[in-house]
Every structure is written in structure tokens, then in C-alpha cells.
Design a protein around this ligand. Structure first.
Ligand code: ANZ
Length: 835
């Protein structure tokens, strides 16, 4: 009898053997059928790998292992997103220099990852904080600079007072800092941007062809936010300058009764008469303190100031007042709007507040099924006793309609144009087209598509990042650092604690170095790059295998990209996943890569919950994997995670579940080591095996690891009932187990006399004929007439078949409650009953 299952020795043994044989090192050049299996690389924070990492990486590896057994040349790399706030914050907390702590954290994580037993090709590992890596981050910046994608400008930016740094729009999505939750404030700073807006349309249109979760594609589409409408130019009374607005509703131009500029709009100073300037300036200062969230909150009371200036509505020829208000943002459209209070909610509230005219230009479509939902401000219908809801609703709609016609409520729904001269009688879409044609003809406007996407703010006033490779001449003019000086090293003589100013400015060495190379009075750029720059191209650097001459060999890139399967969290929908697409597109345009999109197929793992809440440090419900791995081994832990539920759904952690998997693994081990005792298996076992092959194959393809494991459990039961299996069947079972419990499978493969590593074997195929013949359909006759059919196992015993036949509902009717006089079973074909 062989030893009972001992995961500690088995797992260490196979990890060592895999490493010695280098079986996970992929020869990128020689590979014939490349399959690039990628997971989002982790931050090397001081904490150990947690369940979340495991849940991302282990099933992803099982899928990659399956692909390898299917005959693909799989490349599964791993690396570390090592620059940025988490590593820096850890360093600040621990007082250890981020370089030292990051390197040691990386080492610890590599050790932990090795224990996981994934197929990582460590020869291709990247660490974004090393000069070998960030040299390419800087090279990318230089490319962006050369192609005029990188530019510097003074702009109001999101600033996190706690992290003491600026944030990209994507990092401050709900007005709070993505990392620490602090309310973000706006600051005017001179910053480096990358012109992602040039790629807005390509980023949007490209989404359609991607095999990504629909929800993620929608989130990206909304983030890019394409709006179709028009730009309309208004003349100003008393000035030669003109005022251009962006609107999605050019059909409502006749209803534009005033205009609003963002308080920061450059025209404000010019057009405001002296007597209004004091109030206008004070309002501007008040707004500067507000966050974008506060400004655009629909529920808040509207504020604003009249500039005292007037514009001319090009459609009506009327003079309309120009106001400034915080609900108009400088960062969208043209930073100015034409206000149509009768049909826009914010304009309506504003007009009510400041008693500005409201002019109806859309006659509400009275038959709208959801009439009330297009009425603002709405109030719920009050149902008086004895009234039906539908009647109350109708009465309410009628009331609303009268209010709209009187200018007391605002209509945002469809209808026919009124009070609009040549547009009258048209519906909204027709009127939009007609108005745009009219404006174009009069040279007062044109069709315009606008995007919500803003340029990517890439500079950070933080220490732990790739220095921006720019130097300034004594006149303050920026110059890109020639490529031969890369890597442009991050100085080390720096206090890395955040102060809101760039810590690099303190480095004497940095300034000395700059002067030495470029001349007296030259200064380096002190900002570092957003860590999302580092992660926007790392998938290409894995393919470069440390190449110092090129970002990536174009023939390798052509062959291996796009990534075949990318697995990671849904929280990256609007940041990393947009940035990486953008960078890939620019690199294609610059001629360095051939593919437009980096990630062909994307999957988000589900969420692990514990005690009803998301497993997270802040909730205090984190389970450390280490103790479980110590006790049960990595295979059991991996399988337990996969068994919790469908991979994309996640599941709830509980300790009892892991014991169930532990028992299964032990039984599987016992079967394959002590019960391989048959020369030939029963038909039932063979059919069961082939059914299991089919099920496990289909389930792994669909990432339904949980049901794949169930199928193996069922088959194990069958084998145990039979008292054992043949060596052939045991080996095939081990092949099916190989992606799910890789160490155990290697061990069992070896003990069954299998040649080579189990991961190098071919994935088993099932024989459809065997599955089909596993059940047969039996006809049932009563007194010679066909009365029903039943499906039974092909080798079901006679008694079982007769019992099932007699229990058939229709057959029972003809048996009339009496036992048959005669019962005949023609095996596999027919049951004949005589009453
Ligand atoms: C007149 C109008 C009439 C508008 C109407 C809407 C309804 P989306 O769809 O999000 O693109 N707008 C334009 N620039 C703005 C800015 N910088 N700050 C705040 N609001 C701005 O929204 C486009 C609409 O938002 C534009 O169309 C404009 O108001 C407003 F019945 O113009 B509309």
C-alpha cells in the first residue's frame, strides 16, 4: 500500500520537478499555436497573497493548463505592478525605503506564488519599479512626446488632500479618491497629459468586436461618452468675439432664453461690465472651492451670477442675458451652454431661481406611456380613496400637462416642435437635422460629436514612480531627454514622504546629474508618472524577455498578441482597461506593434464574500489562505475556491466546504493508488468515464470549474461502488484532474506509470457513441398495444426496468390497478405486459 495523500511533500516535490525541467518556460519563437494566458498583475504590498489573489490566479491557471493539454503553446507570465501608492504607502508606514521594501515584498510574493503551483514562466517576470522596466515607461513617454500625444498644460485637476497628489479623472470617479476615499478637491496646476481624446472614437468603436463582458463594455462606452449634437455660435452684444456652445438639442434653439458660461470661462472677464465685476469675481472664488460632484449635483439649489452682458439668439434675433453658474463645467463641450429652461431640468431650476423666461418649444407627446417620468419637477401621484390608479395617473398627467403649458414645469420628453418658425410641427429628430442644416447654411453652427472622455493626466507629485524624462532649459522650456540617457534613474537621496510638492525636487543628485549632462541652469522634471502608465503596456514587456534594444520584437508581438485570455477584476473597467487599449493603439500608429487591441477576450472573476460581505480588510472578514494551505495543500485550496460557485459569480467562503474537497482529494488519491485492480472496466464505468470527459471539458471551457469538479466527484463515487478501476480509466481520470489539482495529478500520473509530466499529456477525448449507448429507450406495450416509453441505463437489471415500466402514468391507466398476468422484457428494447 502506498502512503496516504500528503500534500506538503507532494506539492514541494512537483514544484521542484517542474522548475528543474523548465516545463513552464515558453519558447516564444518556436511556439506553433500560441495561447497567451494573462492575469492582472498584483501590487507587491507588504501583505501576503490573499484569497482575492488566489481567486483570480488559481482558476485562471487551471484554464491555462487545460489549454495546454488541448495542444496550445501556452504562455502564462507573472509580474509586479510595483510603482505607485500602495508600495509607497507601505514604505511610509514601515519607514523602509520603497525600493528595499518593494524588492523584498516581490521576493515574498514570488515564493507564495510558487507554492500556488501555477504554470508561471518566471523567466519573463517583470517588476515595473526596476530601471530595466521603467526605462520603457520613459521610452513610451518619449514616443508620446514625439508624436504630440504628450503635452503640458495648466488645468484644474483633481487633488487628493490625503494622498497629497493629483488624480486622473478615472481615479476620482465619484468625487472621492480611488485609493483612500477622501473627497477630492480641484486645483489649478501645470501638468502632463496624454491626448487619449484623440482616440475616443477608436476606443468606442473597437469595443464592439471584443469578447468582453457586456457590462464592462457598456461602462467603457459610457465613460467615453459620445454625444451627438451641434456647436452653435452666438454673437455678443457690443463685442466682436463670439460665444460657441455645445448642445445635444439644436431643435430647441428657439427656446434658448439665456446663456450660461462656466465661471472659469475665459470670456467672462472680458464681457463682464465693471459694475458687475465684483459680484462675478466673488462668485468665481466661491466656486473654485467646490468639487465637480458638488457642482453637478442635480438636487442642490442652483447658484449663479448675471454677467450683465447679452448674446443674440441666432434663431429669434432676440437679446438674451449671459450668466455664469457652477453647473456648467469648463471641462465639457465648450464650457458654455444655451439654456432652454422649458426642456432641460437644470436650466429650468436655474430659471425658476433667478426668474428668467421659460419658453415652450416642444409640445409634449400626450400619449407617452410614461408621461410623468419626463416631467420635472415631478411629484408622486396621490390616489384619493375609491379611485383607480390608472384614473389617478391620467388626472395627474393632465395636471402636469397644464403646468408645462403654463411654464410651471419642464418637459424633457418627445413631442412636436412649436413656437419655432420653420421647425414647427416636426418631431425632435427631424427638427434637429433641419436646424443643423439651417445653422450650417447661415454659418452659425455645425453638427458636432463630443466625448465625455478627458485627456489622461499622467503626472504625479509623488516619489515612487518612473521619473518623467523631460528637462527644462534655463528659460523653462521643456526638452525630452534623449533616449541614450534612459533609464533616467529615480534619485535615491529623497525624503519620500508626501508633502503635496514633488519629492524629487529635494534631490541634490538629481539636479546635479541634470546640470552635468545638459548644462548649467537646466532642471529636471520633478513629477513622476501615474502607475497606470506602467501597467498600460506590461503585457508587451513579458513578450520582450528583457530585450534591452526594443520594447518588443515585432514578429513576436504579431504572433502572440492580442492576449488570448485576460482575467482580472471588474474594477479596472474604466482605468487600466482603457489606458492599455489606448497605448496599444498609439504603439500601432507609431509602428511598433501590429495589433489594434491588446485583450481579445476578457473575463472578470466573481467576488468572494464572507459572512455576507465582500471579503476585505476594511470589513475585517479577511481569511488568510496560509493556514488552509498549510493544512490541506494548495490543490485542495484551489479546488475549494473553484467549487464555491461559477467562477464569474464568486461565492461565499465557509470552512466546512474545504473539508469536503479535502475528502474528495484523499479518496481520489486512494482510488488511484490502492484500487487500480481491474483488467477491464464494466460498461457502466466506461460510459460514466466518457460522460465525465464530456462534462469536464464543456465545463472548463465555460469556466464552470465548480460543476467540472462535481462531475469528477460523481465519477469517483461510481468507481468506488465498482470496487476499483482499470489502469487506463484511472489514468484518464487523472488527466481530467490535472488542470484542477495539478500537483496531485502529477503524483498520481507517476504512480500509475504514466510517462512524462501529466501537464504534457493530451486532453482526453470522449467517444460520443459510448455516451449515447449509455441509455436506451424501452417501448412499453399493454396487451400488445404501445402505451408508453421509458429511458433506462443500457445495462439496467430486468427488475428495475419492469418496475419503471409499470410505474409509467399512461401504462398504469391500462393496468387498471391490477398486477399484470404476464411480464416480458426484451433487453434493451421492449416491455410487454398482459392483463
Ligand atoms: C440645450 C439643451 C436643451 C440641452 C435641452 C439639453 C436639453 P450630454 O448629453 O451629457 O452630452 N451642456 C453642454 N456643455 C455643458 C457643460 N460644459 N456643462 C454643463 N452642461 C453642459 O449633455 C449635453 C447637454 O448638456 C447640452 O445640450 C447642454 O444642454 C449641456 F432641452 O443644450 B443642452
Amino acid at each position: 500500500m502506498s502512503d496516504p495523500y500528503n500534500p506538503v511533500t507532494i506539492e514541494a516535490k512537483w514544484q521542484q520537478k517542474w522548475e528543474e525541467a523548465k516545463i513552464f518556460e515558453t519558447d516564444l519563437k518556436k511556439a506553433k499555436d500560441p495561447y497567451y494566458a494573462l492575469v492582472m498583475f498584483p501590487y507587491p504590498s507588504g501583505d501576503k497573497l490573499h484569497v482575492g489573489h488566489w481567486y483570480n490566479f488559481a482558476p485562471a491557471d487551471s484554464y491555462a493548463r487545460y489549454m495546454r493539454m488541448k495542444g496550445k503553446d501556452v504562455m502564462e507570465p507573472m509580474g509586479f505592478d510595483a510603482f505607485g501608492l500602495p508600495a509607497e504607502n507601505y514604505a511610509i508606514k514601515s519607514g523602509i525605503h520603497p525600493d528595499t521594501s518593494t524588492r523584498s515584498n516581490v521576493q515574498t510574493m514570488v515564493k507564495q506564488l510558487r507554492r500556488m503551483g501555477c504554470m508561471y514562466d518566471w523567466s519573463k517576470m517583470v517588476n515595473t519599479s526596476t530601471p530595466e522596466y521603467y526605462r520603457w515607461t520613459q521610452w513610451l513617454f518619449l514616443q508620446m512626446y514625439e508624436h504630440k500625444i504628450a503635452y503640458k498644460k495648466e488645468a484644474p485637476v483633481n487633488f487628493c488632500p490625503n494622498c497629497q497628489t493629483v488624480l486622473a479623472n478615472e481615479q476620482a470617479q465619484d468625487g472621492t479618491c480611488e485609493r483612500c476615499g477622501t473627497t477630492v478637491i480641484q486645483k489649478n496646476l501645470s501638468q502632463w497629459f496624454w491626448k487619449i481624446t484623440d482616440y475616443a472614437e477608436r476606443l468606442r468603436a473597437g469595443l464592439y468586436d471584443l469578447e468582453w463582458p457586456e457590462k464592462t463594455k457598456t461602462m467603457q462606452e459610457n465613460w467615453i461618452g459620445r454625444s451627438e449634437g451641434a456647436e452653435i455660435t452666438f454673437d455678443l452684444v457690443g463685442y466682436v468675439e463670439k460665444l460657441t456652445v455645445f448642445t445635444t438639442r439644436p431643435d430647441t434653439l428657439f427656446g434658448a432664453t439665456y446663456m450660461v458660461l462656466a465661471p472659469e470661462h475665459p470670456l467672462v472677464e472680458q464681457i463682464t461690465p465693471k459694475d458687475r465685476w465684483g459680484a462675478v469675481k466673488a462668485y468665481r472664488e466661491q466656486v473654485a472651492k467646490k468639487t465637480e460632484m458638488e457642482r453637478t449635483d442635480l438636487a442642490k439649489v442652483k447658484t449663479g451670477e448675471s454677467t450683465g452682458a447679452f448674446a443674440i439668439n441666432p434663431a429669434t434675433g432676440e437679446q438674451i442675458p449671459i450668466w455664469i453658474a457652477d453647473y456648467v463645467l469648463m471641462t465639457y463641450g465648450t464650457g458654455a451652454i444655451m439654456a432652454v429652461p422649458a426642456h432641460d431640468e437644470r436650466d429650468f431650476d436655474f430659471a425658476c431661481q433667478f426668474e428668467l423666461p421659460i419658453k415652450l418649444v416642444i409640445d409634449p407627446d400626450r400619449d407617452m406611456p410614461n408621461f410623468a417620468s419626463h416631467v420635472h419637477p415631478n411629484a408622486s401621484v396621490i390616489i384619493s380613496e375609491g379611485k383607480r390608479l390608472s384614473d389617478a395617473q391620467k388626472e395627474w398627467d393632465q395636471k402636469c400637462l397644464s403646468s408645462i403649458l403654463e411654464g410651471k414645469k419642464c418637459w424633457t420628453g418627445p413631442g412636436k416642435t412649436i413656437n419655432s418658425s420653420f421647425l414647427n410641427g416636426m418631431d425632435v429628430d427631424e427638427a434637429k437635422k433641419r436646424m443643423i442644416a439651417w445653422l450650417e447654411d447661415k454659418e452659425k453652427g455645425r453638427a458636432k460629436t463630443t466625448y465625455r472622455l478627458r485627456d489622461w493626466l499622467i503626472s504625479r507629485q509623488r516619489y515612487w514612480g518612473a521619473p518623467i524624462p523631460v528637462v527644462y532649459d534655463p528659460d523653462g522650456k521643456p526638452h525630452p531627454i534623449p533616449e541614450k540617457h534612459l533609464p533616467w534613474l529615480l534619485p535615491t537621496d529623497v525624503e519620500f514622504k508626501p508633502t503635496g510638492k514633488s519629492p524629487l525636487a529635494e534631490s541634490k543628485e538629481f539636479i546635479r546629474r541634470t546640470e552635468k549632462i545638459f548644462g548649467k541652469g537646466w532642471t529636471p522634471e520633478f513629477d513622476t508618472m501615474d502607475t497606470f502608465v506602467c501597467s498600460s503596456y506590461y503585457y508587451l514587456r513579458y513578450l520582450a524577455e528583457g530585450d534591452e534594444k526594443r520594447l518588443v520584437d515585432p514578429t513576436i508581438e504579431k504572433k502572440w498578441m492580442p492576449v488570448s485570455m485576460y482575467i482580472g477584476g471588474p474594477e479596472h473597467a474604466c482605468m487600466h482597461l482603457i489606458y492599455a487599449r489606448f497605448v496599444q493603439m498609439t504603439l500601432k500608429d507609431f509602428g511598433f506593434v501590429s495589433h489594434e487591441e491588446p485583450f481579445k477576450k476578457l473575463v472578470h472573476q466573481g467576488l468572494i464574500t464572507h459572512k455576507g460581505a465582500k471579503m476585505s480588510k476594511s470589513k475585517g472578514n479577511v481569511v488568510s489562505p496560509d493556514a488552509f494551505i498549510e493544512r490541506h495543500g494548495s490543490d485542495v485550496f484551489r479546488m475549494y475556491l473553484m467549487f464555491m460557485g461559477p467562477f464569474t459569480d464568486g461565492g461565499d467562503w465557509n470552512d466546512t466546504g474545504i473539508k469536503g474537497i479535502d475528502r474528495f482529494v484523499k479518496r481520489m488519491h486512494a482510488l488511484c493508488t490502492t484500487k487500480v485492480n481491474k483488467k477491464i472496466d464494466q460498461h457502466e464505468v466506461i460510459a460514466g468515464l466518457h460522460r465525465t470527459i464530456r462534462k469536464v471539458t464543456e465545463d472548463i471551457e465555460a469556466l464552470h470549474f465548480n460543476t467540472a469538479i462535481s462531475a469528477l466527484m460523481e465519477f469517483l463515487n461510481l468507481c468506488e461502488e465498482e470496487g476499483g478501476v482499470s489502469s487506463e480509466t484511472a489514468k484518464t481520470t487523472v488527466l481530467l484532474l490535472a488542470p484542477l489539482a495539478p500537483h496531485l495529478a502529477e503524483e498520481l500520473w507517476e504512480s500509475l506509470g504514466g510517462k512524462g509530466f501529466v501537464i504534457e499529456q493530451k486532453w482526453p477525448a470522449f467517444d460520443p457513441a459510448l455516451i449515447r449507448s449509455a441509455t436506451v429507450v424501452i417501448a412499453i406495450q399493454v396487451n400488445g398495444k404501445l402505451r408508453g416509453e421509458i429511458e433506462v441505463d443500457a445495462d439496467a437489471p430486468k427488475e428495475e426496468v419492469l418496475q419503471k415500466a409499470k410505474a409509467h402514468a399512461n401504462v398504469q391507466k391500462f393496468l387498471e390497478g391490477k398486477p399484470p398476468k404476464k411480464e416480458i422484457y426484451v433487453a434493451g428494447k421492449l416491455v410487454s405486459l398482459v392483463v
